[in-house]
Ligand binder design. Structure first.
Ligand code: ZN
Length: 268
């Protein structure tokens, strides 16, 4: 929403302009794009101290006491892992289960038609998993053998260029950012915040980087307390993630859980 004050004669007129984007109303989110040079000059001299999943400022829970769970599915971007778990997504669609999809730029490039279709489904919200699927480091740290970004400029490109890619394709700028491997330093988190994004990790590992068997996925989901943000993957159709999710959701529903998108609640 844009608030404008106009002076007409001796009286002031307040004009409220609601900015509607094709995918809906963009509430409370800055659409302003920060110049790359401005971010570099603000952060380039900083030296990161942290390198972890649980960095200061990262959100891991929904801020509510309600019996809700947020399923979040990453669509990662390493060259051999750009698949699409159609069985999983079709199940969510058929059962009308809401979810948040963190999508990398590489995955979008490999699956343009599927991406377009997902972005049009109001059950899902499309969020930012980085342009090149890199862990988010100001100094080139790596994790699990995945090379991280090497500078503030590369952090900017990783976050903002994927956000703009998503904006161009869907008409909606993402609100949340989660890097590859859910790994950050605190400079990355501050840069993402400065660009207008909340940085999101998880409180429950749903498939542990797609290493879990169906039984372990079921165990992880069954034990999730209310307000959990659960991290799963949608780019590994060969995995047992879908089966684990499909077999657990009916039981969770019976226990009174609802499934929500991140944007339905404040995060903490
Ligand atoms: Zn990933």
């Amino acid at each position: 929403m844009i608030l404008t004050v106009m002076r007409r004669g001796n009286s002031f007129i307040l004009i409220l302009i609601f900015t509607l984007f094709p995918m809906g109303i963009n509430c409370g989110q800055s659409q302003e794009i920060q110049p790359r040079e401005k971010i570099i000059s603000r952060f380039a001299s900083r030296v990161p101290k942290e390198w972890a999943e649980g960095v200061r400022g990262v959100k891991t829970r929904l801020d509510t006491n309600q019996k809700v769970l947020a399923l979040t599915f990453d669509a990662c971007g390493s060259p051999r892992k750009l698949g699409y778990d159609a069985k999983l997504i079709q199940y969510l669609e058929s059962e009308e289960i809401s979810a948040t999809l963190f999508v990398s730029g590489r995955w979008i490039d490999a699956n343009p038609e599927i991406f377009k279709k997902l972005s049009k489904n109001p059950l899902f919200e499309i969020e930012n998993h980085g342009l090149n699927h890199q862990p988010c480091s100001a100094i080139g740290r790596s994790v699990y053998g995945i090379e991280g970004t090497k500078s503030v400029g590369e952090i900017y490109d990783e976050i903002e260029l994927n956000a703009l890619k998503i904006l161009n394709l869907t008409g909606r700028k993402p609100k949340y950012y989660r890097p590859a491997a859910a790994y950050y330093d605190e400079i990355c988190v501050e840069i993402a915040n400065a660009l207008g994004y909340e940085v999101v990790n998880f409180s429950v590992l749903g498939d542990a980087g797609v290493t879990y068997t169906k039984r372990r996925v079921k165990e992880a989901l069954s034990k999730a307390p209310p307000s959990s943000i659960i991290l799963l993957h949608m780019n590994h159709p060969e995995s047992e993630t879908a089966e684990g999710v499909i077999e657990t959701i009916p039981e969770l529903k019976k226990r009174g859980f609802r499934f929500v998108k991140l944007s339905e609640y404040d995060l903490r």
